[in-house]
Design a protein around this ligand. Structure first.
Ligand code: ADP
Ligand code: MG
Length: 310
């Protein structure tokens, strides 16, 4: 049975990169590059609430970092450093090796360095804090949407939620277990988008945060919302609506941008290999979402996932 310090050394202590001081001391030391602001975000994942008991450790390593990278993407920040606080019920070396493999594989792709954390025994819980850099004043805020902006969605919605009721659909399960944070897109939207958020709790709920912070409304055509191809075969419009509008865990970006930026945004599609779909517009007035069906009639809204809702 490895001790806490053996676990850290064996699984989480990697050669230092750009941090002045990484794992091993009382604190890490970081020097942001000149002209950069630090973007900081943290996410707590609990077994039984955010992932199922017995979840595959490699996928868990990937996902626990992916959700944090997604927050950097939504800010237009470039991820640099992460801290990992983890509670483990036991020191299972097979589990730790697989978790670390999933974590560091994604971290390497995004040049994100693990600079510290905390390791303790307890019910399985994973808390990651991520730090990124963004040129001063250029972060993409929830509060930046302006009437007249186009509203855009990256990739597709609903796949992760679909996996919960249809675990036999591989493409949906991949969306749930192995989301790809839209980091490169977030970086390219600096100076282009006025506002951005990532879809973690569902399109309607997350767009609602942007509208509330920006003091604007939005008009969205439901039929334009990009969605997982699997819905076509299922022919279950109620499930499709719930997943596309209220399903969480997709980690796509919803962003608004002046219509003058359309061609620059469309040019990102081939450059990044990610679909970008214009789904509606930001409108003046109270922070209300008008969702229209294919015939232009208002639709009744479904709620997103709220941890404190009954
Ligand atoms: P302290 O007693 O100051 O909290 P610890 O003994 O908990 O320090 O941790 C020793 C070093 O290992 C610290 O640099 C800490 O940041 C790092 N560390 C602990 N757990 C992890 C982890 N899961 N991943 C990365 N670094 C870790
Ligand atoms: Mg500690």
């Amino acid at each position: 049975m490895p001790t806490e310090f053996e676990i850290i050394r064996k699984y989480f202590d990697r050669p230092a990169g750009s941090a002045r001081l990484g794992v091993g001391d009382d604190a890490a030391l970081l020097v942001p590059r000149a002209g950069m602001e630090l973007a900081a975000s943290t996410d707590l994942l609990l077994e039984g609430r955010h992932f199922a008991r017995g979840a595959d450790p490699r996928r868990l390593g990937h996902k626990s970092l992916a959700v944090n990278l997604s927050d950097m993407a939504a800010m237009g920040a470039t991820p640099r450093w992460a801290m990992l606080a983890i509670a483990l019920p036991e020191a299972n070396e097979g589990w730790l090796a697989a978790f670390a493999e999933g974590w560091f594989a994604l971290a390497a792709r995004h040049r994100t360095e693990l600079i510290g954390g905390d390791t303790t025994r307890g019910p399985l819980a994973i808390c990651i804090t991520i730090l990124g850099e963004v040129p001063a004043g250029q972060a993409l805020l929830r509060s930046g949407a302006r009437p007249g902006d186009d509203l855009w969605v990256s990739g597709e919605l609903g796949g992760a939620a679909l996996a919960l009721s249809h675990p036999e659909i591989d493409a949906a399960v991949r969306r749930l277990d192995a989301p790809e944070p839209r980091v490169a897109l977030g970086e390219r939207l600096r100076g282009v988008a006025n506002s951005a958020i990532d879809v973690s709790d569902g399109f309607v709920q997350d767009l609602g945060h942007v509208l509330a912070r920006s003091g604007c409304g939005a008009r969205v055509e439901y039929s334009k919302l990009p969605r997982s191809a699997a819905f076509e075969q299922l022919r279950d419009p109620a499930l499709e609506r719930r997943c596309v509008l209220g399903g969480g865990d997709d980690y796509e970006l919803v962003f608004s941008a002046p219509s003058a930026e359309r061609s620059r945004i469309e040019a990102l599609v081939p450059a990044l290999g990610v679909a970008l779909t214009r789904v509606g517009a930001i409108v003046a007035g109270e922070s209300r979402l008008d969702l229209l069906d294919a015939a232009g009639r208002p639709m009744v809204l479904e709620r997103g996932f709220d941890h404190f809702a009954t």
